[in-house]
Unconditional design. Structure first.
Length: 211
């Protein structure tokens, strides 16, 4: 039976069969019956590889962190997760460098993980209680960002959008550059992508981009 550990671009957890291509961690979210009892336990939300140094884990083992799964890195970033500094060290270093470039001149140094996690936690959960995300026109967004349009998530691929699902991306459609969207990817991650960090995308999106 599938567990409630598949993550959508809003950061919500679902029970679906599709596993995805990446794993994540927000702390121990499940009880001994493997039921989700909390959406997160720590502000350190990370995105990991599925296999690392031959380690084997029982999914949702008692009192161990809850294994979460994403379609791809673009989905994990939209949900508010960042690359893991252990199993994805080179990718993490690339991300934090782009993060610093994207936030200058406000920040002059390359941040450590705690700095990034603190900002992302605030962007995932606005203090005023408003819904996650911010408004932006499509022309201002780099490829790899996920937005909401017509009540569903879409991946930005240049001047086109492709609908997101747990199984992959659907047929791309042209969208006007002035189209107003609600951006699900946190603002600081959008800045990092604009500064050169290229999100990993599911093969269905890569095929669409290559056409």
């Amino acid at each position: 039976m599938p567990l409630q550990n598949r993550v959508d671009p809003y950061g919500r957890l679902h029970t679906v069969a599709a596993r995805g291509t990446m794993m994540g961690n927000r702390g121990v979210l499940h009880d001994d019956a493997k039921r989700i009892v909390a959406p997160w336990r720590t502000r350190r939300w990370i995105c990991c590889v599925l296999e690392f140094r031959g380690r084997h884990r029982e999914v949702f083992a008692p009192r161990r962190y809850s294994e979460l799964f994403f379609l791809d890195e673009a989905t994990a970033l939209a949900a508010g997760h960042r690359p893991c500094a252990e199993c994805r060290r080179p990718r993490y270093e690339e991300f934090r460098a782009a993060w610093a470039r994207g936030r200058r001149p406000r920040e002059s140094r390359v941040p450590v993980a705690d700095d990034i996690d603190r900002v992302l936690h605030e962007e995932r959960s606005p203090r005023d209680g408003s819904a996650k995300g911010f408004g932006a026109r499509l022309a201002t967004l780099p490829p790899g960002v996920i937005v909401e349009l017509q009540g569903r998530p879409w991946l930005v691929l240049g001047d086109a959008l492709t609908p997101w699902s747990f199984d992959g991306y659907g047929q791309a459609v042209a969208a006007g550059s002035e189209t107003l969207t609600r951006v699900l990817t946190p603002r600081s991650i959008v800045r990092a992508i604009r500064a050169g960090f290229v999100p990993g995308m599911h093969e269905s999106a890569r095929r669409l981009a290559a056409r």
